[in-house]
Write a protein that binds this ligand. Structure first.
Ligand code: GLN
Ligand code: ZN
Length: 751
C-alpha cells in the first residue's frame, strides 16, 4: 500500500518560524529574511516526508499565520479596511491576522475561532458585498514548485470551497450560495495555473463534511463540486475529509468524479460502517486515515491492521493508501528532541516524524514489527493508582451540587465582598516579560536556587499588586508569573503526568502550546497555587482572586490517555483540583477562578452527540471541583470565546458565581441569548481584545460597555479584558487597563 500525509507541522522543530515572525513584527528583520525562514520550514517538511518514503506529500500546507486566511487572500476575500491601509501584501495579511495600529491607520484583527475540535485557531474570513473574488496569489504554485525542486511531486493542499464558504462570515446581503459559483470558478483558474507548471494532484480539504449537514448544505456542496470538477484541467483530485465521519453526505461524496477520497478512521466513528454498508467505488482510491494526527500515542498496529483488513473486504488493496487521520499540524515534530524522558515512556509515543514511520510500517506490516508493537500495549509502568480509582468510585451524587443555591449565595457574597457596581478585574495573567521567562528557565536549568526563583516571583507579585492598586482595579490577581502555561503548570503538580521539552503544537498564528501528557491515574501531589495566592493576599487589603485551571481544560489541553475513557480521566483531575480549591479557601482566598478556557473545544462536532458524549460528564466535573466551598466563597470561571449561545443552559449549570468570556471580537448577540435564557451567573463579557497589541480608548470602552449594559442587568455585570494578559507587552497592558478602569467609573456615574 502507498502512504499519504494530509499536512505537516510548519512552525519548525525549534519554533524557528515563531521567532522569525516575532522579529519581523518588531522590525528587527526584513520581509526577505522572514521569507527565508519560511522556505527553510517548507524544505524541512518536504525533505523529512520524502526521506521517510511517504508517497503522497502535501505542499501549500505551510502558512505564515493560518491556512484559512491564506485561502481568503488567495481569492482576494479581504475586507476593504485592510487593503485601505495601503501596506505590502504580507503586511496587509498580518494586519488582518493581528490588527494594525500605526501610521496608516488603526484596525482590529479579524476574529479567530477554533478549528473544528482542535486547539488550533483559524481566522474567520469576512466577505463584504463589494468584495471581488479573484485568484490573486501565487502561493500554491510557488510552494508546489519549491517542493518540486526538492524532488517531490506533491499534491497541492487547498482548503475546499465548501468548507471555506461555511467558515466565512458574510457581512452584507450576499450569502455563500450567491458567491459559490464565482469562487469555484477561481479555484478552476488556480487548477489551470497548477496544471501549467506541471502539478498533477491536488488535495482538497473538506473537513466541514464531518459536521451535521442539512439539505441546503448538501445542495451547496453539489453545486460547488458540479462546477469544480468540470474544471479539473487534468489534475487528479483527492477529496480529503477529517475530524469525523461523513455520514450525512457519504453517497454524494463517493459519487463525485474525483480520483481519491480521504476518510478518517480514527475519529470517524461511523466511517467503517458507512464503507461496509454503502460500499466504495471500484475506480477510486481510498486514503484511509488510521494514524491519529491529534494524539501522541504509538499507533496500535493490531487495531489498525484490523481496520485495514476490514477495508480490504470492500476496497481492493491496490486502491488503499494508508494515511493520517488529519494533518500532523496538531502533533509535535519529533521524539528526537526529547532528551529527558526515559525510554520506558518514549517508546509509547509517536510524534509527527515518528508517525511517518508508522505509516510506512502499516503499509506493509511485517510480523516482527507487529509483535514488537503488540508487546507495547500489554503493560505501561506507573499508570494505575488504586487509591485514585477508589476515590472516583466513591463519588456520590450530592458531590455534584453546591449549596445553598445561586441566588442565596449571590446575596451573601455581595454583602461580604462589598464590591462596587461593575467590578473591574483581569483574567489572571500579567505580561510574561523576558525577566519572568528568564527566571523560570534559570531555575529549570539549575542556574538559580528555588529560593531565588521564589523571591523573584514574590517581588513580581508584589509589583503586580501595586500596579493593579494604582490602576484602580477592584479584584486583583497575583499575575501567574510562576506559570509557563495554564495547563502544564498544573500537570507538573499532579501525579500521573509526564512532560516534554520540545513538544510544541501550534495554537494560533505562530503561537504554540506544549501540552503535557496524561500518562496514568491523576491526583494532587502537593498544593499548587496556595503559596502564591497567600503571598499576594498578604501584600494588599483588596480582594485577591485565586487562579486555577479547571479539569476539563486541563484534560482538553493535554494529550489524553487512550487506555481509559476521557470521562474517567476528567473525574480524576476534578478531584485533584477540588483539593486545591478547598486548600485555597482554607487559606483565606475567598474568590477563586477556575478557568475552563477549553470547555467548548471538545464539544462533539455533531450536535446530536453534544450531551451524551460530552456535556453530561464535563459540566458535572466542573461542579465537583467547587461544590465543597462555603457560600461566601465566590467561584469565577473563564472561557476564551463567546460561542456558547447553543449551550447556555449547560454553562449556567456549571453553577459558577461569575463567568468572564470573550465578547470583544465578536458581536454581542450572546448577551441577548443570555437574557432570553434567564442566565443566572454574573457575567464579564470581555471589553477589549487581548490578542492584539492595540490599546482601546476610554471612549471606545465606554461605548462597548454602554452596549453591553443595554443587554445585561447592572448588578450582574463585571468589567474585564477578554482573556489573560500574558502575551501582551507591559506598556500597552497598563494603558489598556487604565482606560478600562476609567470607563467603568464613567459608566458607574451614569447609573
Ligand atoms: N487565567 C489564565 C490567564 O489569564 C486564563 C488564560 C486563558 O483563558 N487562556 O492567562
Ligand atoms: Zn481566555
Amino acid at each position: 500500500m502507498k502512504t499519504s500525509v494530509i499536512g505537516f507541522p510548519r512552525i519548525g522543530r525549534n519554533r524557528e518560524l515563531k521567532f522569525a515572525s516575532e522579529k519581523f513584527f518588531k522590525g528587527e528583520i526584513s520581509e526577505q529574511e522572514l521569507l527565508l525562514t519560511a522556505k527553510e520550514m517548507q524544505k524541512f517538511a518536504i525533505e523529512t516526508q520524502k526521506n521517510a518514503g511517504i508517497d503522497y506529500i502535501s505542499s501549500n500546507d505551510f502558512s505564515f499565520y493560518d491556512n484559512v486566511l491564506d485561502t481568503a487572500f488567495l481569492f482576494n476575500i479581504v475586507p476593504q479596511r485592510y487593503t485601505d491601509l495601503g501596506l505590502s501584501r504580507l503586511q496587509t495579511y498580518f494586519a488582518a491576522a493581528r490588527g494594525y495600529q500605526g501610521d496608516n491607520g488603526n484596525v482590529k484583527a479579524l476574529p479567530m475561532k477554533k478549528w473544528f475540535n482542535t486547539n488550533y485557531h483559524y481566522i474567520v474570513p469576512e466577505f463584504e458585498d463589494n468584495t471581488k473574488i479573484e485568484l490573486s496569489s501565487e502561493k500554491p504554485v510557488s510552494e508546489y514548485l519549491a517542493a518540486k525542486a526538492l524532488g517531490a511531486d506533491t499534491k497541492v493542499d487547498l482548503i475546499g470551497p465548501f468548507t471555506f464558504l461555511k467558515l466565512t462570515k458574510f457581512t452584507g446581503s450576499k450569502k455563500a450560495e450567491d458567491i459559490a459559483e464565482a469562487l469555484t470558478a477561481e479555484y478552476g483558474k488556480l487548477f489551470a495555473e497548477l496544471a501549467k507548471v506541471g502539478a498533477s494532484k491536488v488535495q482538497i480539504d473538506e473537513p466541514y463534511l464531518v459536521r451535521d449537514l442539512d439539505a441546503s448544505d448538501i445542495a451547496l456542496f453539489k453545486k460547488i463540486y458540479g462546477i469544480l470538477l468540470s474544471e479539473k484541467c487534468g489534475l487528479k483530485i483527492l477529496l480529503q475529509t477529517y475530524f469525523g465521519d461523513i455520514r450525512d453526505i457519504y453517497d454524494e461524496v463517493i459519487a463525485l468524479d474525483v480520483e481519491a477520497i480521504g476518510l478518517d478512521f480514527v475519529e470517524g466513528r461511523k466511517t467503517l460502517s458507512l464503507l461496509k454498508e454503502k460500499g466504495f467505488p471500484k475506480d477510486k482510491i481510498l486514503v484511509a486515515g488510521v494514524v491519529n494526527g491529534k494524539n501522541i500515542w504509538k499507533n496500535d498496529y493490531s487495531k489498525s491492521a484490523d481496520i485495514l483488513s476490514e477495508i480490504v473486504s470492500v476496497v481492493s488493496s491496490d486502491k488503499i493508501v494508508v494515511g493520517t487521520s488529519c494533518s500532523l499540524l496538531h502533533v509535535p515534530y519529533t521524539l528526537k528532541s526529547e532528551t529527558k524522558l526515559p525510554d520506558e515512556y518514549i517508546k509509547h509515543f509517536a510524534f509527527a516524524e515518528e508517525k511517518l514511520i508508522e505509516l510506512s510500517d502499516l503499509s506493509d506490516l511485517k510480523e516482527d514489527i507487529l509483535a514488537e508493537n503488540k508487546a507495547l500495549f500489554e503493560k505501561r509502568v506507573d499508570s494505575v493508582d488504586e487509591k485514585v480509582r477508589a476515590r472516583v468510585n466513591a463519588i456520590k451524587d450530592e458531590d455534584y451540587t453546591r449549596l445553598p443555591a445561586f441566588d442565596e449565595r449571590e446575596a451573601i457574597q455581595k454583602e461580604q465582598l462589598g464590591l462596587p457596581l461593575f467590578p473591574t478585574t483581569t483574567i489572571g495573567s500579567f505580561p510574561q516579560t523576558a525577566d519572568v521567562r528568564k527566571n523560570r528557565s534559570d531555575f529549570r536549568k539549575g542556574e538559580i536556587t528555588k529560593d531565588q526563583s521564589v523571591k523573584f516571583n514574590q517581588k513580581k507579585i508584589e509589583d503586580c499588586i501595586r500596579l493593579q492598586e494604582e490602576i484602580g482595579l477592584d479584584v486583583l490577581v497575583h499575575g501567574e508569573f510562576e506559570r509557563n502555561d495554564m495547563v502544564e503548570y498544573f500537570g507538573e503538580h499532579l501525579s500521573g503526568y509526564v512532560f516534554t521539552e520540545k513538544a510544541w503544537v501550534l495554537s494560533y498564528g505562530t503561537r504554540c502550546v506544549k501540552p503535557p501528557i496524561v500518562w496514568g491515574d491523576v491526583s494532587r501531589k502537593e498544593s499548587i497555587t496556595v503559596e502564591w495566592s497567600k503571598f499576594a493576599k498578604s501584600v494588599t487589603n483588596k480582594p485577591v482572586k485565586g487562579m486555577l485551571t479547571g479539569p476539563v481544560t486541563i484534560l482538553n489541553w493535554s494529550f489524553p490517555r487512550e487506555d481509559i475513557s476521557i470521562e474517567e480521566s476528567v473525574k480524576q483531575i476534578a478531584l485533584a483540583i477540588r483539593d486545591e480549591v478547598l486548600d485555597l479557601e482554607a487559606n483565606g482566598i475567598n474568590i477563586i477562578q477556575i478557568d475552563e478556557a477549553a470547555l467548548r473545544e471538545k464539544l462533539p462536532l455533531r450536535k446530536s452527540d453534544w450531551y451524551s458524549d460530552y456535556l453530561d460528564f464535563a459540566i458535572p466535573a466542573f461542579r465537583l471541583v467547587h461544590s465543597g466551598v462555603k457560600p461566601q466563597t465566590q467561584i469565577h470561571t473563564h472561557m476564551c470565546y463567546s460561542e456558547f449561545t447553543d449551550i447556555i443552559p449547560a454553562i449556567d449549570s456549571m453553577d459558577a458565581d461569575v463567568i468572564t468570556f470573550e465578547a470583544s471580537r465578536s458581536d454581542l448577540q450572546i448577551l441577548d441569548a443570555l437574557k432570553e435564557n434567564h442566565f443566572k451567573t454574573e457575567v464579564g463579557p470581555g471589553v477589549y481584545d487581548i490578542h492584539s497589541p492595540r490599546v482601546p480608548s476610554v471612549d471606545e470602552l465606554v461605548g462597548q460597555l454602554t452596549k453591553i449594559r443595554a443587554k445585561t442587568e447592572d448588578k450582574k455585570l463585571w468589567v474585564n479584558p477578554d482573556c489573560g494578559l500574558k502575551t501582551r507587552g507591559e506598556e500597552e497592558t497598563v494603558k489598556s487597563l487604565k482606560n478600562l478602569v476609567e470607563a467603568a467609573k464613567i459608566i458607574r456615574g451614569k447609573v
